[in-house]
Design a protein around this ligand. Sequence first.
Ligand code: DAH
Length: 341
Amino acid sequence: MRSELEQIKSDLVAALNNVVDRDALEKVRVEFLGRKGKMGELMRQMAGLADEERKLIGQLANEVKQSVEAGFAKAESDISRAEAGAVAEKEWIDVSEPGVAPNEGHLHPVTRIKESIEDLFTSMGFSVLDGPELESDFYNFTAVNVPPNHPARDMQDTFYIDGRPGEVMRTHTSSIQVRAMREYGAPLRMIAPGRCFRNEATDVRHEHTFHQIEGVVVDKGINFGHLKGVLEAVAKHLYGPATEVRLRPKFYPFVEPGVNGEVTCFICKGDGCRLCKHTGWLEVFGAGMIHPNVLKEGGVDPKEYSGFAFGFGLTRLVMLKYGIDDIRWLQSGDTRFLSQF
Ligand code: DAH
């Protein structure tokens, strides 16, 4: 019986060595410690032994039983540890690995160029002003010398809003000229970038919504030379130091004299190419000396002060700068387009 007990002990050690999970452990437990298990069998046989013998064997049996139980406890804790290890293995992360960069987005190309032009003008002492997009008919037209029924209104067909008589979606940022003069008086140096609207049949060059930048300088003794100097600074800032500015007479109701401003084509450097329609020049702004009527509307005395104004097609500048061939891309919200900038 003694040797049987020793056998059980070594059998158990061997069995536990092969145990890999809880199911296997349970099988071994039933085999050795279960009601019909090997230990129980032996214990029952002990009943038939003589007193003296039973005492000795009983002691040994107890020792074996204890070591069997200890063996189980250890096997169980080994399995628990292995299970925890498996979880750690599955949920493992490398904390030193670089993260997944979020898709961040960036400024719209129109905003970029707008901010760069704002920087240039603020460096020259201009303030940056704002005005409403839904504008009174007065500021958009009448105040800038385009009275009701004047044919010049036909140059800029716009959108009218139901239930808002006397208001229009502004057709140009020139609507800010008189607002600014009334608010700040003379002397004045300001630019006003903003969205404008026109009732256009849209195509690659025309869009119902676009951006302009207006500029106004009013002071004593302001003349055409000042205007040209400022426009040249902008052109060189945008298209490089070799860029020249050409001014040619053009009618705008709010200036007298008025000009159409062109810059050296930055693709062909003035030689003539498809972009500039073989003229060597690109038309980018309108400008002129502010009409006395407009100064008067702004509360500025034209006998004391003079000024110049200009309007850049900001959208057009952006298209030229980046070689965008269809204006409608700019408003499309298409990320395939936007992600290129
Ligand atoms: N407002 C004009 C337009 O949208 C552009 C313009 C021309 C603005 C001459 C001016 C200017 O300030 O003096 O076509």
